[in-house]
Design a protein around this ligand. Sequence first.
Ligand code: DOR
Ligand code: ZN
Length: 422
Amino acid sequence: MTSSYVIRGASILGASPADLFVSDGVLVDSAPSNAEVVEADGLVALPGLVDLHTHLREPGREDAETVETGSRAAAMGGYTAVCAMANTSPVADTAGVVEQVWRLGREAGLVDVQPIGAVTVGLAGKQLAELGAMAASAASVRIFSDDGSCVADPRLMRRALEYVKAFDGIIAQHAEEPRLTEGAQMHEGEVSTRLGLTGWPAVAEEAIIARDVLLAEHVGSRLHVCHVSTAGSVEVLRQAKARGVRVTAEVTPHHLLLTDELAASYDPVFKVNPPLRTAKDVEALRAALIEGVIDIVATDHAPHAVEDKECEWAYARPGMVGLETALPVVLSVLGEQWDLIADRMSRTPARIAGLSSHGLSLRPGEPANLTLVDPAARRVVDPSGLTSKSRNTPYAGTTLPGRIVATFLRGEPTVLDGKAQK
Ligand code: DOR
Ligand code: ZN
């Protein structure tokens, strides 16, 4: 089924209202016949958002999320493409598993699901996974990551960077020197001292980023740094970029908004890896995102089943869901800087991931991948109202600006009137 739409009176990236015409999956320059009208008075149109870092949990933890439920949550959050992290069970370290995830994404048909492959077999950090076979598979993997674990062995990291250079692939690093974070429960600082919890020091992240930008520079490969969380990391990245190192970096919505003070509640919903940092780090991350030292916002959407999250702090899994609140959080942090938001949440992540039909301008001839946002709406986050299979949001009861009203994937609405269409 292919339909035609007139999206009436949308403000593209905050410009004066205009009509958008959709036919056969693409934007066209005049109203198609028999078009369905979507009233977009007061709504802002953005290119469909692209998430470079989503945990979809399938295969293995379908009780927490599936490719389908995560895709639906993504569409509800304004996304048209997500990159699925490899720390599933089994791990996405073979062509078979990445093809399975890719196929499930196509079957769900709610967002484009681009699998990320593991760097090492079983994420064990011992032996390179079959990167070439994953790249050559139907899933055409270009990004590899052991996210959840750091590729700590410098020789393996070097080999991985060398290997992916042949096809301009990317190693996305979870920067955490494991010897410096043994037993860590939260950010190492005043609050951890006060609470008597073992700290995760900023230098454990910064040391790995510093090492890896040098390795990437030496090899001439592309490095991407996942969930940058400290002011010191920003400085390392700034210097590397100034030297021309091929490095990109992401920050999560939660690291842009929340601080380590929240750990004092001992509510595991605030436990995440890397941990929430200080207000000074938050300030540096915001400035770096605006400046472009940090290239993009990525959710690190990490759904967890109730029994893995609603337990004692020390035993709870790290991670929080993020797809459905990412844009509202970023809007609350950056304000209505629509072009900047489109750049950091759609254009640049699409370019980094090589997703050529996403992150494009909303003009005739381009694929109709877009989202409509009501910037005037204010919503209190209610975990039971989330589309994700898991409920571990740190924003329960928080009022956030902006509501995603509609999302279109290749000209078909995946969300309309704030409701998922399938
Ligand atoms: O908080 C996190 N959760 N950090 C990670 O690196 C992994 C993720 C997960 O898979 O739950
Ligand atoms: Zn992650």
